[in-house]
Each structure stands twice: as structure tokens, then as C-alpha cells.
Unconditional design. Structure first.
Ligand SMILES: [Zn+2]
Length: 281
């Protein structure tokens, strides 16, 4: 299964496009169809056996224990090189509360990787089982777009996000948790705002954490059947997964920018959050 996935990634086609003035990568990976089109409503999730629970893993997937209750697993449907799923041992809901520090520790433990959190409403295919992911950040557009920038606002290829960075783990964690609370207040969504998170470390700048506030899970064109893209953290970081050849072949830079704009938090809410961050209220 993993061999099929690794071969599938090796054979994936990647097309660079200019989206709102910045380069993004559209990646055609047929083995992502099930994940892109997955039903993640409460009833569908309750009906299926949880594929992240230890009892339901393929017997060959032994895992490697890490940190406080987590296990590294190989992701058999990789989007990037060395794609890992980092799963909590207990079947408990996906939530960011208490996990920002875990993400930073994981980022520090995995040089050359980036660490991923997909919110339960925004791309987690197991919203009922706490998990992170990690993978190689080679060529990842968001790393290039944030290089040398201090944040907190990052606007690139159509999306708007918040960047927190520095050598001090507790400060980056505190700023992120404050931003999550402000996003919940501004968007009226709880217990956590709709979001994706990416984090990594670099020797020169320490921790970097990008918080992608989301307005929608999927673009309208997904629901009408016109376009099978379902953005999660890797997509928001600039690698847009297109599992069907027709989408991969016809997507233009303008189409891609429009998808990013549509699934990102609306501009007025983004400005409101930025103002509150700066006012320290
Ligand atoms: Zn589970």
C-alpha cells in the first residue's frame, strides 16, 4: 500500500502557475481522489471504522512512538515527500486546543519538514481522531513567501494568513493561541475557528507558524461538481492537489487565486483580527 503511494507521488505531475503574482504548484495525484471527495459530515464519520485507531491500522503499520501519546505513521497517500501522519493514541476529537506546543515540538524534532494541523471543518479526513501530519518542505511556496518577513499578516497567491515567528517557543505559542481566540470571536465560530496551521523551524529564524483562517471548507465549484479541489493545509501552503486530470489540465492561475480567495476568511474579518492583534485587546 505504501509502495503504491510512494510510486503514485513519484509519478505525480506538478504544474507551476502564477496566482495573484506568486508561484503556486498544482499537483495531479490520482491517489488523492478519496480524500479530496471524502464525506466528512457527522453521520458519515460515525458510520465508518476509524482508520487512525490502532486496532484498524494495517498490521504492517507498526508506528514509532513520539512525545506525549503520539505515534508516527507512514501516510500511504502522500502529497509531499516523507509524508507522515502523527496520531494520538486515543480516539479523541481533532482540536487545536493544547496542540500548538505539540506542533512546535514536532517541528523542532523534524528539521527539513513542515508540520500540519487540519481543523475538523477544514480538511481533516478524520475529524474524530486527533492527529497532525508532517512532510518535506522542499519547494513549498509558503516557505518562500514568508522568507525574511516578520508577520503577522501574510498575503500571497490570493490567500490571507497570519505568521508568528521567532526563537522563543512560548512566545510563538502564546501569540498563536491569542490569534485563535480572536478569530473565534470575530468569526463567531467555536470551540475553535475554522483553520489550518503549518509550522517549521529554521536555524536562522527559529520557529515559524502560519495560521490560515478559513471562511469555507470547499469552494462552491466543488459542490456544483465543476472542480474537485478541497483545500487543506498543504493546499493553503501553495501545493493545490487536483486528483482529476481535467482539473489539472485546465486550471489557470486566475482560477487558483479565486479558489484561495474564496476559502480564506473574508477581508473585513481578517482586518478586524489584525487590528485586535495590534491593539493587544
Ligand atoms: Zn480513531
Amino acid at each position: 500500500m505504501l509502495q503504491r503511494g510512494v510510486t503514485g507521488l513519484a509519478n505525480a505531475l506538478t504544474r507551476p502557475l502564477i496566482s495573484d503574482g506568486a508561484e503556486v504548484l498544482v499537483r495531479h495525484i490520482p491517489h488523492r481522489v478519496a480524500s479530496t471527495t471524502a464525506a466528512v459530515d457527522r453521520e458519515s464519520i460515525a458510520r465508518r471504522p476509524c482508520f487512525l485507531c490502532a486496532a484498524n491500522l494495517p498490521p504492517e503499520q507498526k508506528g514509532l512512538a513520539w512525545g506525549d501519546g503520539f505515534t508516527f505513521l507512514c501516510n500511504p497517500f502522500p502529497i509531499v515527500e516523507r509524508h507522515l501522519t502523527v496520531v494520538h493514541r486515543e480516539h479523541r476529537p481533532q482540536q487545536i486546543a493544547g496542540q500548538v506546543g505539540t506542533m512546535l515540538d514536532l517541528a523542532a524534532a523534524l528539521p527539513g519538514f513542515f508540520v500540519i494541523y487540519n481543523g475538523p471543518q477544514c480538511g481533516a479526513s478524520a475529524p474524530d481522531h486527533l492527529h497532525l501530519q508532517a512532510g518535506s518542505r522542499d519547494g513549498l511556496p509558503i516557505v518562500r513567501e514568508t522568507a525574511g518577513k516578520a508577520g503577522p499578516a501574510i498575503e500571497a497567491y490570493g490567500m490571507r494568513a497570519l505568521l508568528f515567528r521567532g526563537p522563543d517557543r512560548s512566545r510563538v505559542r502564546g501569540e498563536t493561541e491569542r490569534a485563535l481566540a480572536l478569530l473565534s470571536a470575530v468569526t463567531g465560530r467555536g470551540p475553535e475557528p475554522w483553520c489550518n496551521v503549518a509550522a517549521w523551524t529554521e536555524p536562522a529564524s527559529g520557529f515559524s507558524l502560519v495560521l490560515y483562517p478559513r471562511g469555507k471548507h470547499r469552494p462552491e465549484a466543488f459542490h456544483t461538481g465543476e472542480l474537485a479541489v478541497s483545500p487543506a493545509t498543504i493546499d493553503m501552503s501553495g501545493i493545490l492537489v487536483a486528483p482529476f486530470p481535467r482539473d489539472f489540465e485546465r486550471l489557470s492561475g486566475e482560477d487558483v487565486a479565486a479558489v484561495y480567495r474564496e476559502v480564506t476568511i473574508p477581508d473585513d474579518q481578517f482586518r478586524d483580527v489584525l487590528a485586535r492583534l495590534e491593539n493587544r485587546c
